[in-house]
Structure formats: C-alpha cells, structure tokens
Ligand binder design. Structure first.
Ligand code: GUN
Length: 296
C-alpha cells in the first residue's frame, strides 16, 4: 500500500481562504486593513520570485502590500533606517526582510531591529525566546505550515516520537519546539548524528529539513510514519532540472503512512502562513481575537 499524500497545495488554499475571510471581517467590522511590508535587497533571482508571489498573494487576500526593493549596495544603516520607518508605520502590521541579505550586512542585527510585534517571520530573538518558553509568539512560517498540516492529519500528537532532521534557525529548531509544545518526544538529528537511519526509524513523525536531495531512504522510515519533507532541492535531470525533497519520495511512499510531496507539499504552506501571521499581528496590535485555525 502507498502512503496518503498530504496535499499542501489544497491545504494552503484553504488557509488563504480563511485568511481572506478574516481580513474581510476586519475591514467591515473594524475598518482595519492588515498590511505586510516586504523588503528585498539586491537581485537574487530566487528571492525575486518569492517576493513577487508574496505580493500577489497578499493582495489576493485583501491585505495591503508594501514592497521595498533596494539596490545590492545599500548600506546596513540605510536598511536599518527603513526598518525603523516600517516599525513606526501604523499601516504596516508585518515586516519581512527577505533573506539572504548581501554579505556586507549583518542579518541578525537587521532581524533584531524589526519590532517583535511585526516580525511575521518569527526570527527576532524575542519571538524565539517566547516560542522556546511556550508563550504566545510569532511562529516562523515554514514550521507553522508543517504543524498545521500535522494537526490536520494526526489531531492529537501527544506522546508520539518526532524526529526533526536539520537544526537551522528557520526550520529545524522552531519545528522541534512546536512539536515539544504538542507533547511529542522530540529528537533533533543532523548531519553529524551517529546511526542516523536508526534514529530516524524511531520516528512516528519525521520532519526532514536538511537540504540534501533525497537523503532519507525508504528503509530509514518507520512503517506508517507521517513524513513531512521540507526540502526544496533543484537537481539536474537530462538537459533540464527538477525539484526534489530531502526524502526519496518513491521509496518512502511505499513505507510511510502519509507523506508530503515535493513540489506541492510544504512549499505552498509557507506564504499562506506568512499571510496568516500578518493577520495575527494585526489582531494582536489592535487587541482583537486571533483568527481560528491560523495560529498555534
Ligand atoms: N528566504 C527564504 N526563506 C525565507 C523566509 O522564510 N523568510 C525570509 N525573510 N527570507 C527567506
């Protein structure tokens, strides 16, 4: 038997519908329009594609989108100035500075200059600390998307063994924290973990976020496990290229109980959760109830 496919494209569309419905209520009942500011420094082609998608989806959800494109040679001081302006702009409820930043900038200093209440990426140290202590925080978009998919598929995750493969600040660490908050028994594995297949085989929930194409083999997966593949790796195939995850999908599909495909799994959830976080930030700032099903 093959695994159930967890369709992130369909699920993210339902999240965006919920966001749009909440935005419509904020407009009609409170005369509020949630606003998202996205800052892109330089010409990185992948970042340009992401920023365009973010703008389009923000507008489609009925929110205000403020795009700031700065040249590659912008100084850190000028970028910090813009962040301060956005922090003080009442029309802006969420701020995202697209990463990676040019090498002459200190990304941590820039992220920590964003007001924690507007930090829709959830990367500010205050939000990291709040999440780590189980308090209300802005939650990074990709792990939030993974968690919403896991909740939808599994419901109560209490007592399950969860293994997160990867220890990045953007995905692995916050993902582990979220699973711990769901009462899972959590292991963070990474490229230096000894007996990695053995560790992964204990996972009822496996989240792969290591950035290595098809690293996770079929026989590293516990039969019936739920597999969330965060990897987006472009590999050559003949004259063209193709996107693959961190998991060998065809092999895992024979063993897992459920699995996210690449593309069409976690990927589309990230921007949907960015929109959700912007609505959450707008509601918190205005002392309004948070949208249901869009936060943790
Ligand atoms: N670049 C790639 N992914 C992300 C993300 O989630 N947030 C930001 N700010 N930049 C990114």
């Amino acid at each position: 038997m093959t695994a159930q496919i967890l369709d992130g494209k369909a699920f993210s569309a339902r999240i965006r519908d919920r966001v749009a419905a909440h935005v419509a209520r904020l407009r009609s009942e409170h005369d509020l329009v949630p606003g998202l500011a996205v800052v892109l420094v330089g010409e990185d082609p992948a970042s340009q594609v992401y920023v365009r998608s973010k703008h389009r989806q923000t507008v489609e959800a009925g929110m205000a989108s403020f795009e700031h494109r700065l040249p590659d040679d912008t100084t850190e001081a000028d970028l910090l100035n813009l962040v301060h302006q956005l922090n003080n702009d009442p029309q802006v409820h969420g701020i995202l500075v697209q990463l990676p930043l040019p090498v002459h900038m200190n990304a941590s200093a820039v992220i920590d200059a964003i007001s924690p209440d507007k930090d829709v990426d959830g990367f500010h140290v205050s939000n990291v600390g709040l999440l780590g202590t189980g308090q209300n925080s802005m939650v990074p978009c990709t792990p939030l998307g993974c968690l919403l998919m896991l909740r939808e598929h599994l419901g109560d995750m209490s007592g399950l063994n969860a293994v997160v493969l990867g220890r990045s600040n953007i995905v692995g660490k916050p993902m582990a924290q979220l699973l711990l908050n769901e009462n899972c028994t959590v292991t963070i594995a990474h490229s230096r973990t000894r007996d990695l297949p053995e560790v992964l085989r204990r996972a009822d929930i496996l989240v792969a976020a290591v950035g290595r194409p098809r690293m996770v083999q079929g026989d590293w997966i516990k039969p019936g496990a739920t597999v969330i593949d965060v990897g987006i790796n472009r590999i050559p195939e003949g004259e063209k290229t193709r996107l693959v995850g961190d998991v060998d999908f065809d092999a895992a599909n024979e063993v897992a109980g459920a699995i996210t495909p690449v593309p069409g799994g976690v990927g589309p959830m990230t921007i949907a959760c960015l929109l959700a976080n912007t609505v959450t930030a707008c509601c918190r700032t205005n002392g309004l109830p948070l949208p249901e099903g869009l936060t943790v």
